[in-house]
Design a protein around this ligand. Sequence first.
Ligand code: PMV
Length: 342
Amino acid sequence: MNCDVKTVIAPVNIAVIKYWGKRDEELILPLNDSVSATLDTSVMCAKTSVCANPHFAEDEIWLNGKKESFSNQRLQNCLKEIKQRAYNEKSIDDIFLTWKVHICSENNFPTAAGLASSAAGYACLVTALAKLYKVKSDISSIARLGSGSACRSVYGGFVRWHAGVNPDGSDSIATQIADSSHWPQMRALILVVGDTKKKISSTIGMKRSADTSELLKYRVQYCVPKRTDDISKAIKEKNFGKFAEITMKDSNQFHAVCMDSYPPYVYLTNISHTIIDLVHKYNEISGETRIAYTFDAGPNACLYLLENEVPKVMSLIQHIFPSSSDKFVTGLNFKEEGLNEE
Ligand code: PMV
């Protein structure tokens, strides 16, 4: 290792079976399995550069051009764990592990607005650090220490994060259900409804729901296991109707859990609900399910649909929301690999 800068680009992933609730706050171990699709980096991605140098006095980080504190525990955990792996794997000389690092990261989309910015950000950071320290083993469990959903952005295509059962989190890792070439017609359309920072962070929301929501307990025990198996099957069989139905039901249940928490909290806005109604109307008129919506911890919609449906849906959306058409972004195509070195 020398003072080389390592730069990595990482994609956003949008869950179709949502992760919501932790069984271990520090190790970021989820209550349930989750499933997501990894989007193309050409539209939404994080970009991170890392560099270690014997002359750096401190570890330092810049996010979207602004210097931030390095005291963030999750950030420190990721760096510590990568260095530990490098030490175990003997991938570099020990002396390099004592050098301080500088990290520079940016997103090309709104941060913390429910657009999976932390997933791309931590997947990117951990991959860049793994390249710097020449770590070769699976890093999804380290990305998980930054932000749970980040472990899914380490892989492309359709990805499942296994909740695992081990108390140390060693089996809480992401695996690929199918790579991007499996269902090349699949598209994601991101509708940016609002780009302000969410009021309730996912960490606070998950804790409140785990502490107070009866529905979350029911969801984890009775709904998610079957949905996860069924959607994996629908993906493998390229059954869009089934895939879409499960995706929408799971998004709705996640937002119902937010309302079932005490005090309740809400991420969806009137525009989000207009989009939900529009999708159901569109499917009803089509006589089959051709679009699915899903919403993370924010008002922005991700629509999953097949390629031949995109022009019609794009013009419909622009017709209904003419003034905000410049805010709509298409996240098309799935990547072969989750992460790219620039
Ligand atoms: O990984 P976090 O803490 O950003 O939580 C992500 C939670 C959801 O985006 C709402 C669901 C998911 O599985 O990505």
